[in-house]
Design a protein around this ligand. Structure first.
Ligand code: IPE
Ligand code: IPE
Ligand code: MG
Length: 256
């Protein structure tokens, strides 16, 4: 039997280590703004600043991958005005931040069905991805018009096409066969998942990849999620024993 569905990946960090990959649901922007009597978009604007801080913090900790949820496939259901303001904010953030990311050796990448955002934004995204392609300090992946179910379904479609061409038999399909078609292929699975804003749910984020991720929920709203908050999340992660189905004794023997 194959030992894991993530055979492409190196072993996860041992106990006490820093995560290699942090995935974040940046929630609570709207509430942060409303509490101050401001329009929701003011919270989203503040939220962009916190992404900048997250990038710096990851760099300083030597965390090589960060993935942030910026817009879910379900967020289209929001009032059209908020959707279009979010899109504008994305365009502006791209224009303002990409050179800085590049200077800081950050590789920028977007996952999701971005075509839905229109040509201008897609061009901006592709240009930023091309510019930063060879940077290797930190890979910042932004999930936009992303949904975990969408990701699995598009991978299944690609696998079905492979089967149709006779390149793989349906009977031979395992989780490993699907993985190369998933958006984050080649990136280690998230070690630490952070959701701000108090809700304790995954909201269709990286469904496949979160199978063995350590989950961290905090009531702090994303615009208030500062460096100290991030350090708390890391401390929580360091205190956990990741067992991957083994017993605690087996894990302890490995680290002895
Ligand atoms: C998260 O903040 C950002 C996006 C979903 C784009 P919200 O806008 O969901 O903020 P709350 O949850 O309404 O406070
Ligand atoms: C999840 O937040 C999506 C993003 C942060 C982009 P939501 O605010 O959309 O999630 P729900 O609707 O509360 O589950
Ligand atoms: Mg929300």
């Amino acid at each position: 039997m194959s030992s894991s569905s993530a055979s492409q990946q190196s072993p996860p960090p041992p106990l006490g280590d820093t995560p290699r990959h942090v995935a974040v649901i940046m929630d609570g922007n709207g509430r942060w703004a409303r509490r101050r009597g401001m329009p929701r978009v003011a919270g989203h604007r503040k939220g962009v600043e916190r992404v900048r801080d997250l990038v710096v913090a990851c760099g300083e900790h030597g965390i090589p991958y960060a993935t942030v949820f910026a817009f879910s496939s379900e967020n289209w259901r929001r009032p059209p005005q908020e959707v279009s303001l979010l899109k504008e904010l994305f365009v502006t953030a791209l224009e303002r931040e990409v050179d800085k990311l590049h200077k800081n050796q950050v590789r920028f990448r977007v996952i999701g069905a971005v075509e839905a955002f229109g040509e201008e934004l897609v061009r901006g995204i592709r240009a930023a991805e091309d510019l930063t392609r060879n940077n290797d300090k930190l890979t910042l992946t932004v999930a936009a018009n992303y949904g975990g179910r969408w990701d699995i379904a598009q991978a299944a479609a690609a696998l079905a096409r492979q089967a149709q061409r006779g390149e793989i038999s349906p009977d031979a399909i395992t989780p490993d066969s699907l993985e190369p078609f998933l958006s984050l292929y080649g990136t280690p699975e998230p070690d630490l998942f952070i959701r701000t804003g108090g809700e304790q749910r995954v909201s269709n984020f990286l469904l496949w990849q979160l199978a063995y991720t350590e989950l961290y929920f905090t009531p702090v709203l994303w615009p208030d999620f500062d460096r100290a908050q991030f350090e708390e999340a890391l401390a929580s992660f360091r205190g956990r024993q990741r067992r991957f189905g083994l017993t605690g004794e087996q894990i302890e023997a490995r680290h002895a």
